[in-house]
Design a protein around this ligand. Structure first.
Ligand code: HEM
Length: 404
């Protein structure tokens, strides 16, 4: 993707991202205009951040850069949608955010995660084990999508018969930039209404028969004398289904693709599975599952020498900050033993991903099991990427392999 003028760079164009993250644009922005005013055809414009330090500053300064004012996404939501976003953890600012996060964190305890680990390992062995029956598969559906949906369902107590439907709904909801997934503008709305109804039923069931899963913990946890109400629970459930599924599935597919595109790194990892944890961090750095999140300035301020006005939108482009040469040596090299690796794909600071431990654990278990089970993995067709500048998704990735 090349262009002569920075003003012609268009980070809102999903068809650009569908090909690949436009690293030559991102590199130029970082070098020439790291806090860059970017016009948009469908909004007032935004500041595009491409440096690691600026993404860090904005993410760790929630009072100056609000998630509540305009939500976490690029386009300004309609007033009703904004009201709902503000009831979800990701659309809150301190002090409310701290209170809410404390309730939710109680449900994401190390104990819950440790309890999940044994069964997650067993599920991973089962899913990967099915690869032995054939010599080819569609990796996204057959492997990458299954584990995150399974984990979230186990955590929340979603019965097996409902999981596939919820998975399809979450897909329609978040990947609505892609016409293949959301053919009409109503697709996402209808999907969210259906998930909504489902979560409301869960809350009723849970209140009648309390359990010790995440749903139970969320509905029972109390902080400062308050519990989540039904609407808060429903919105959080919806958010978790989307936040946990899309991201981990994407990280899994992108992670394997990165290894296939770097056979020397694949070989090293096979030879030394002890490198899986650092390989996972490098996969996350290399292809952030979420391309950007947004904040809104709450006051006039200076950022990287630019005058930001109150109300301005600020977008943090993780694919760029993760390859900032000021922080990462040889940033465009995929190195599974990179250390340190302060990648920003889980966000930083106030809203740092609550599911990061679960995602890391899932990815480590999966790649360990996968590489122990199959060999000579290769692409059988070009992967089909999602049409989106928000989710770095892969829709289809056909691979062939031999069983070890
Ligand atoms: C590789 C997988 C994942 C990636 C890359 C990812 C990425 C992110 C990012 C970038 C944020 C920060 C948003 C911001 O700064 O505005 C975030 C927040 C969050 N994520 Fe994840 N996520 C992943 C997996 C998960 C999973 C598996 C769950 C839950 C089961 C989860 C739950 C959450 C929650 C609850 C928040 C909101 C935290 C807050 O607002 O305080 N994520 N995630």
């Amino acid at each position: 993707m090349s262009t002569d003028r920075l003003a012609d760079v268009d980070l809102t164009d999903a068809s650009v991202w569908e090909q690949a993250a436009p690293h030559d644009w991102l590199d130029r922005l970082r070098a020439e205009s790291p806090v860059h005013w970017h016009d948009e055809s469908d909004g007032p414009g935004f500041w595009a951040l491409t440096r690691h330090e600026d993404v860090h500053r904005v993410s760790t300064s929630p009072r100056e850069f609000s998630s509540h004012a305009g939500g976490p996404l690029r386009l300004d939501p309609e007033p009703d949608a904004l009201e709902q976003l503000r009831m979800v953890i990701i659309g809150m600012d301190p002090p409310d955010h701290r209170t809410f996060r404390a309730i939710v964190s109680k449900a994401f305890t190390p104990r819950t995660m440790a309890r999940l680990e044994a069964s997650l390992r067993a599920e991973t062995v089962r899913v990967v084990g099915e690869l032995r029956d054939a010599r080819r598969c569609e990796f996204v559906t057959d492997v990458a999508a299954r584990i995150p949906m399974w984990s979230i369902s186990e955590l929340m107590g979603v019965p097996p018969e409902d999981r596939q439907r919820l998975y399809e709904l979450s897909h329609a909801l978040i990947d609505d930039q892609d016409p293949e997934i959301a053919p009409t503008p109503d697709t996402a709305l209808v999907a969210s209404a259906e998930i909504f109804a489902y979560a409301a039923e869960m809350a009723v069931r849970e209140r009648a028969h309390p359990s010790d899963n995440l749903t139970g913990a969320l509905l029972q946890a109390e902080v400062d004398g308050r519990r989540l109400d039904d609407m808060e629970f429903t919105l959080f459930f919806l958010f978790l289904i989307v936040a946990g599924n899309e991201t981990t599935r994407t990280a899994t597919s992108q992670g394997l693709l990165a290894l296939l595109q770097h056979p020397d790194q694949m070989q090293r990892l096979v030879a030394d599975p002890g490198l899986v944890p650092s390989a996972v961090e490098e996969m996350l750095r290399w292809e952030p599952p979420i391309q950007h999140f947004r904040r809104t300035a709450t006051e006039d301020l200076d950022l990287g020498g630019q005058a930001i006005a109150r109300g301005d939108k600020v977008l943090m482009w993780y694919a760029a900050s993760n390859r900032d040469p000021a922080v990462f040596a040889d940033p465009h090299a995929f190195r599974i033993d990179r250390s340190p690796n302060p990648q920003q794909s889980f966000g930083i600071g106030e809203h740092f991903c609550l599911g990061a431990n679960l995602a890391r654990m899932s990815l480590r278990l999966l790649f360990t099991e996968l590489l122990a089970t199959v060999q000579n993995v290769h692409l059988e067709a070009q992967p089909r990427r999602l049409h989106s500048n928000l989710i770095n998704g892969i829709k289809e990735m056909r691979i062939g392999y031999d069983v070890r």
